[in-house]
Design a protein around this ligand. Structure first.
Ligand SMILES: [Zn+2]
Length: 314
């Protein structure tokens, strides 16, 4: 028995033997799934060459009932190829990074409609070139984190909870371990203050809708797990490592108000409004520096696709 058709985006393809492919899809109706595409490697005709990364497809695959192994992909028809992404190395690197976040950190078989819409939106906008790939990566990461309940705290000090802007700061440090910005008063009192929320220990105040695969989220904050400095672009200016009591190393990344405000818009508005937010080049760079440190830190691992992206973006 086959399941009803569902829209799906191909995240990953792995060769299996001489003939078959193992495919990971993000489906609109059933979340992340793995399927076997029989003879897809041997015969291009079998699926008419549509099994390409990032393509939006309509797929039909076998339902439960098969005693062992993956469901079998029965049909795949093309909805949108997004071939303009695959023809561009930088766009491919971005789309691959987003795909890896979904493939490795979301739980299988859990419907994630908002995540499906976010990924499809980001791919479509990148293909059309209406927003820079940098800005779309800011959008994808900040909303992915929000769906995962790991939203960076940008609207108030993560130590004393004073709303931002009250003291007239033009820049605020973003603390990786706390997962939020820190006001001038709390910065002045130094990293020895340990009152206040540490994101990885107490969870985000925002509800978490995206279920991460078990054991992935919240590994950060443990002593010793700090993404090495010097990975993200433009690092050096405004990024400093220091040590919290108990031997936990943390990092602070300086963000200007001109970066924090559009980030808040992207976090708290609908996808279409968020997708229209514009960044100055320096705000885009600061946002990427923060997010590309924050994502690996709080997910507990450095995605290989992110390293590749950072290498070719230089
Ligand atoms: Zn404070």
């Amino acid at each position: 028995m086959n399941l009803p058709p569902t829209p799906a985006i191909l995240l990953r393809r792995i060769e299996h033997g001489d003939y078959d492919l193992i495919l990971t899809f993000l489906t609109r109706d059933r979340g992340k799934i793995g399927v076997m595409a029989k003879s897809a490697k041997k015969s291009k005709k079998r699926f008419a060459g549509v099994l390409e990364p990032f393509a939006v497809l309509e797929i039909v695959y076998s339902g439960p009932g098969r005693r062992r192994g993956l469901p079998i992909l029965q049909e795949a028809s093309l909805v949108h190829p997004y071939s303009g992404i695959r023809g561009n190395v930088l766009k491919t690197a971005y789309a691959s990074y987003w795909a890896q976040l979904i493939a490795e950190w979301t739980e299988a078989h859990v419907k994630e409609s908002a995540l499906f819409e976010l990924y499809r939106y980001a791919l479509a906008a990148m293909e059309r070139g209406e927003q820079s790939a940098d800005t779309l990566s800011v959008l994808f990461q900040i909303r992915f984190l929000d769906l995962a309940g790991l939203a960076p705290g940008l609207d108030r000090c993560s130590v004393c909870e004073t709303p931002i802007g009250v003291s007239g700061e033009r820049r605020m440090p973003f603390d990786l371990v706390r997962g939020g910005v820190v006001c001038a008063a709390c910065t002045a009192s130094g990293p020895s203050r340990t009152t206040g929320r540490i994101l990885s220990q107490q969870g985000s105040p925002r509800p978490r809708s995206l279920r991460l695969s078990s054991g992935q989220a919240g590994q950060a904050g443990q002593a010793g797990h700090v993404a090495p400095a010097g990975q993200a672009p433009g690092v050096g200016e405004g990024r400093a490592t220091y040590r919290l009591p108990g031997g936990v190393r943390s990092e602070r990344i300086s963000l200007s108000m001109g970066t924090i405000k559009p980030l808040l818009w992207m976090q708290h508005n609908g996808l279409k409004t968020a997708g229209r937010v514009r960044f100055t080049p320096s705000a885009a760079r600061e946002s990427l520096t923060m997010l590309e440190a924050f994502v690996p830190y709080h997910l507990g691992k450095d995605p290989r696709s992110l390293k590749f992206l950072q290498r070719i973006r230089k």
